[in-house]
Unconditional design. Structure first.
Length: 135
């Protein structure tokens, strides 16, 4: 399958004061796919989207070596697919990350989103866990 895609994004810190910050991530993308009639999967001929997410963070220090970050993300996107109606997707997510001695990180996030799969909108609840170690 031949896919051609291009995108552009901007990421910035809009406001920061002491332990609080507000960040933004915006993206626009364009995609064209070669039409394959025998494909057993959804393959839109053309798809475009433009979206933005806002992230609010609060840092909480428990000790010199332990830091908790609360993260709240809200975003929305407009999706355009050839031969389909234009759809709006969105996401609302909350999470926490524990940083220990600036070497270990453990966290989780949970939320709800409206996404487009196979050209159709779906609502999804999700939970994720993460861990990392710096060597």
């Amino acid at each position: 399958n031949l896919r051609r895609e291009a995108y552009v994004f901007v990421s910035s810190t809009l406001w920061q004061h002491d332990r609080w910050s507000l960040k933004n991530y915006s993206r626009a993308d364009w995609q064209r796919n070669k039409s394959i009639a025998s494909a057993a999967y959804y393959n839109p001929e053309q798809a475009n989207s433009i979206g933005t997410e806002f992230t609010a963070q609060y840092l909480h220090f428990f000790d010199i070596d332990i830091q908790l970050t609360h993260v709240l993300i809200a975003g929305m996107c407009r999706n355009f697919q050839k031969d389909k109606e234009t759809e709006t997707t969105w996401v609302l997510r909350y999470g926490q990350n524990w940083d220990i001695k600036d070497r270990y990180t453990v966290g989780y996030n949970m939320g709800r989103k409206r996404a487009i799969y196979d050209g159709n909108p779906e609502y999804i609840n999700f939970v994720g866990f993460n861990t990392s170690i710096k060597f």
